[in-house]
Design a protein around this ligand. Structure first.
Ligand code: GLA
Length: 744
């Protein structure tokens, strides 16, 4: 009987289709999720609260980010929504799996091929260090054991919250992180006006405003390096409005601190709410995470202001000056850079005479740009030499030491250019280490600007790149400044070092870069570093903790710079914005602008010059000297003051901005005409901001004998100046004026 029964079951099993047979081993056993105490976690700064509700079922819901709440615990009355067919709305760190069907912050593929992750609260900790409050929330997936920590650092005074995630794989099997974003934010407003930047070489940081509709908007970089030459990983969301305002309304701004591929997604759901997810791009990066390994995401910076875009910018700038920029809050020297004045063609003599002129005009540093290296493959144009970082003895037989010493004797600091991540096929390095070049087996290694990229995911290459910096520093005893360039994007990617783990490439490259930078900063804490990438290709809060400033754009045309500098100021402080006076016709645009206009634009950032001074007339040199001298009097405001944008070149015919000292006792105001207005009667009224209405300010125009404002030299109340009484006459395209205000 028993045998018959067995035979019967065996027959029945045979008759089942193959698929059904395979599933026989599945038993439906649900793992119970422990209940937790319902609680409110409020992450607070001086004026903001980010409120996360921990439900009894262990899920996390972001319920508020905005004005500071006196009683965030009032959210305790809110219950978790049940039976929501559209997924966990407001999940603080939404993961692919469970009920969630929107854009995920986390998407994990496990060793058994499954894709589901459901994160539940297991605990949290608060700590405080130097005024920064850190909240760490621990989460767990009870089926796979995956652990996640969400870390929020609240910078109280600056109203900035830096958020990142750490993902730990405690299993014995590797998992793949298909996506591991830094942070997500769920926002509830009637309208979302997205402000972000797009661009290209010589036209970085062009402004876009767009009212978000439903579905998903992505801002992404897949360039590998030079990640910000197109879009920038920064944005603003003006809430409940269709208008962008400098001075009023709720604005949430965000910026991802990462110099590699990134993705910002904005998904407006069927409830008209917006889920923002920000992090490393998942593009070709299903990151393998081995047993017991932890993946740490970069920081996502958030700020909120009720004072429009201006308020949000000032929060980010204050934070950046104190925490986000290497050497932030200090003044960087004015300089003459050799690039547009000499390009690749110079001798020692050429450079010495440039230094004489730089010192004569009152500049404080000389920077020797590209072209100083390579012997067998001399760097006489961009065809050859990258990788061979020895001094070209034909051009500079006396060496770099001689130049640096000459500069120092003239009272100038000395800086030099390198591009250590790159190699020309025509170089000794390319011949010696073909395995260090980014390449995909059997495929052409594409060139950009005649160069290849070194594989910074390889520790041996990291050592080599560090060594380039180290050796360059030893070319002279006192090198004060290094310009670090990076002139192409990654194409046809592939790392000979990573073998089959190519998914690691984009992330490991960027982390390799940061490892090198950290090593450099340990050994060279004092040297100033400019971060350049064909101009503004690497302007982000991932690289700024190692760099004192950025080369904003290769476009040095002052009119083009109005647009670039305006947009840059939305997210990045003026202290990092290098801006140079160059020759006319401008080498990029062919435009001819007056020297005064060029100075007035460059003086809004870190002032420099980039031309052959020999070609300036005595009169022009005198004007240069005058502008540089006056800049030195007020530049502390550029480096440490609060920015107020007064007029946008994108909106009309004028650009205006001002920097105000923290104590409101001094300010510098810049005004430029960027488009001819035929019928301007009585000047253009700029409503100044940020002054003390009750104080009297003496207003003095800089660098002119005859002022364009009737009130020049007189004192006015802050109230009067902010109400629109300040109206310089800027009658023509390229009219411009700088005014210094001192409280009496
Ligand atoms: C890039 C930089 C320039 C200059 C050149 C030198 O284009 O952006 O400023 O340094 O490289 O080759």
């Amino acid at each position: 009987m028993k045998r018959l029964l067995l035979e019967f079951f065996a027959m029945a099993l045979m008759l089942l289709p193959l698929e059904a047979r395979k599933t026989q081993k599945f038993t439906h056993q649900t793992i119970a999720i422990p209940r937790v105490q319902k609680q409110v976690l409020s992450i607070e700064t001086a004026h903001t609260s980010l409120v996360i509700l921990v439900h009894e079922n262990g899920t996390l819901q972001t319920v508020h980010y905005g004005a500071k709440l006196a009683h965030p615990e009032e959210y305790l009355a809110l219950n978790a929504s049940s039976e929501d067919y559209n997924g966990d709305r407001g999940a603080t760190y939404p993961a692919t799996g469970g009920r969630y069907i929107g854009e995920p912050a986390l998407h994990v593929k496990y060793a058994d091929g499954t894709h589901n992750t459901e994160l539940y609260y297991t605990g949290h900790e608060n700590s405080e260090k130097d005024g920064v409050q850190t909240t760490t929330i621990r989460l767990r997936d009870y089926v796979t054991g995956l652990r996640v920590r969400l870390i929020y650092e609240a910078y109280g005074q600056q109203d900035v919250i830096a958020a990142h995630a750490e993902i730990l794989n405690p299993s014995k099997q590797p998992v793949q992180l298909i996506q591991a974003a830094s942070s997500a934010l769920y926002i509830d407003a009637d309208e979302y006006l997205l402000t972000h930047l797009h661009g290209s070489w010589a036209a970085e940081m062009q402004l876009d405003h767009e009212l978000l509709g439903h579905d998903v908007k992505l801002i992404e970089s897949r360039r590998g390096v030079q990640a910000t030459q197109g879009n920038n990983p920064s944005f603003m969301l003006s809430l409940n409005t269709r208008e962008f305002s400098e001075t009023s309304g709720e604005v949430i701004a965000g910026s991802l601190a990462w110099s590699g591929n990134y993705r910002l997604s904005f998904e407006k759901d069927d409830a008209h709410r917006l889920n923002v997810v920000a992090g490393i791009s998942p593009h070709a990066s299903a990151y393998p995470l081995g047993p017991e390994e932890v993946f740490v995401t970069p920081d996502m910076l958030w700020t909120w202001s009720n004072a429009g875009a201006g308020g949000a910018s000032r929060n980010l700038h204050r934070w950046a000056r104190k925490y986000g920029v290497y050497g932030g809050g200090t003044v960087n020297p004015t300089l003459l850079n050799s690039w547009e004045g000499a390009y690749f063609t110079f001798t020692t003599e050429t450079l010495l005479r440039m230094m004489d002129d730089a010192a004569g005009m009152g500049l404080e540093m000389f920077v020797l740009d590209d072209g100083w290296f390579g012997n067998e493959y001399p760097r006489n144009n961009d065809d050859a030499g990258l990788g061979d970082w020895e001094v070209n003895v034909k051009k500079l037989p006396e060496g770099i030491d001689y130049l640096a010493q000459y500069a120092h004797e003239k009272g100038l600091k000395f800086g030099i250019w390198i591009e250590p991540e790159m190699v020309n096929p025509q170089s000794n390095l390319a011949h010696a280490h073909p395995e260090w070049v980014i390449q995909s087996p059997g495929r052409e290694i594409y060139q950009g600007r005649n160069q290849w990229i070194l594989d910074l995911s390889n520790p041996a290459v990291q050592d080599f790149v560090f060594g380039i910096f180290d050796r360059t520093m030893s070319l002279a005893p006192n090198i004060d400044y290094i310009k670090w360039d990076c002139n192409r994007v990654v194409q046809s990617f592939g790392s000979p070092y990573l073998g089959e783990a190519q998914d690691k490439f984009y992330v490991d490259y960027c982390q390799g870069l940061y490892k090198v930078m950290r090593r450099i900063r340990e050994k060279y804490p004092k040297v100033m570093i400019q971060c350049c990438s064909s101009g503004g290709g690497r302007i982000d809060y991932g690289s700024l903790p190692y760099c004192n400033e950025v080369w904003t754009s290769d476009n040095t045309d002052a009119l083009a710079r109005a647009y670039i500098q305006y947009s840059m100021s939305l997210f990045y402080p003026a202290c990092v914005m290098a801006s140079h006076v160059s020759a006319v016709p401008n080498h990029q645009t062919g435009n001819v602008t007056p020297l005064k206009f060029r100075f007035d634009m460059a003086c809004a950032g870190r002032l420099g010059m980039e031309l052959q001074p020999r070609n300036l007339s005595a009169e022009e040199k005198a004007l240069a000297h005058r502008c540089i001298t006056s800049y030195k009097q007020y530049r502390d405001l550029v480096f440490t003051g609060d920015l107020y944008r007064l007029a946008s070149p994108y909106d009309g015919s004028y650009f205006g901005l001002m920097y105000v000292s923290e104590d409101q006792s001094r300010a510098v105001v810049y005004t430029w005409c960027t488009h001819f207005e035929p019928r301007t009667v009585g000047g253009k009224a700029f409503r100044l901001q940020g002054l003390d209405p009750a104080r009297q300010y003496k207003v003095v125009e800089q660098n002119v004998d005859q002022s364009c404002w009737w009130g020049n030299g007189l004192s006015f109340s802050g109230d009067f100046l902010m109400a629109g009484g300040f109206n310089p006459i800027l009658p023509r395209l390229y009219s411009s004026a700088i005014f210094v205000l001192e409280a009496q």
